[in-house]
Design a protein. Sequence first.
Length: 468
Amino acid sequence: MEQIITRFPPSPTGYLHVGGARTAIFNWLYARHMQGKFVLRIEDTDTERSTQASVDAIFEALQWLGIDWDEGPYFQTQRFDIYREYIQKLIDSNQAYYCTCSPEQIDIMRQKAMAAGDKPRYDGSCREKGLDKSDKAVVRFKAPLTGTTVVEDVIKGHMVFQNDELDDFIICRSDGIPTYNFVVVVDDITMNINTVIRGDDHVMNTPKQILLYKALGSPLPTFGHVPMVLGNDRARLSKRHGAMSVTAYRDMGFLPGALINYLVRLGWSHGDQEFFTRDELIDVFNLENIGRSAGIFDLDKLLALNAEHIMAASPGDLVDPLKPFLKKAGIEIEEDDYILQVIETLQPRSKTLEDMAEAALFYYLSDISYEEKAARKFLKPAALEPVKILTEKLAALEDYSHSNLEEVFKAVMDETGLKLGKIAQPVRVALTGRTASPGIFEIIAILGPNRVIPRLKKAIQFIENRES
RNA sequence: GUCCCCAUCGUCUAGCCUGGUCCAGGACACCGGCCUUUCACGCCGGCAACAGGGGUUCAAAUCCCCUUGGGGACGCCA
């Protein structure tokens, strides 16, 4: 079988948003699954809106996601010679023509058509005029007036379009820059793209493009149009739905594998399976199981999936991604045994890396502050005696192993007649400043005597000051 | 307005192609409970859907038609 070649063609008019990322992921996964090729192409023919900053932002997002390409990036603005050649071919074969109608005239045409209950389109005024190239002339494709164009879509199935619904669309602007529908086709032909997976919003372009393939005498690629991602109001995803850009999710503490997992699963399924690693996806991803209906972006589910990915990760793999979040709190870390243990205790209780960093603070801060409610409830006179006894015993203890700590606590329980909970909560507040934390034995073992004893003493003092 | 697409719990979905095993399964969220030194994790249980109407058939979530609803496209943007 022919090698599968897919592509992702973003236009650099902004950052990479989650919808675009999803189609990139689909194309990339399919290419990897089929052991084919994945091509990156930057569609920058809109010179007004394209920016280098956007190009950089797209690369950054793709890299963070771990989506790599085998060919490119190609830039359309560097391929004008090729386009010119193909446009000439169409003109020479009488399949395209120059048109001098002004944008204003065309506006009027559209309004008339609309008023008549028709589809707004160009009326073909210049179609048979045989005009020559001139300053303000655009080039239009001479589309068939009758018949139908059929799109065989691997996702949506068989779609039929009446050719009289299509008009003679512009393939080259008056400034000489070719337009989208044309350059896409020329690029896909010359780059040997045989599988085009793209958003639903392109279905209407497909018959136009098919006509172009035929005019150019090229075989058709396989088309697949994936449904859109909607916001929670069922409208197309946009800024007002919250974060859109891929890197915003990185900055909120999501793991790339979790975002990919979520985005793929939104619109594609593999039985009841919800959790996928990157390699699993490459292994089982296919086009057949892409759904046909649009999906709503649900942050809660992404969050849950991110928690799962955090839990499934090995602590060492989380060190680097976690660094920037700790840094924000002024904490610089390096990969040592301490951070690894810290991460391990936080994995089952973090939905994002931001959560994790926040919860990790007490492990690093030299001077922890107490949450007011926690201190009021637990750092009170009744806790004084057990905490004092515990402090003495811990100061004398050399090996902070789980079993040793358990024995120490048991001894305190015996001496005071208190239950573990009565002792553990004040200690937890003394050590972390809060009422919620990883297991008390765990944190004592990790913190070690150098941090534990001073914190306990500080708590004792706090209680005594409060008494007086 | 015209054209195209879609329609299962609040959300993502399995099932639909190859009708019966589905008084519809899983996941997120939500609500109970268990575990427990806290918070989580985990486990157990609950709530909750085949848009509506017609057909076809012994039998329809599954096939056909209509209605309704939703989305997308109609650019010298991509």
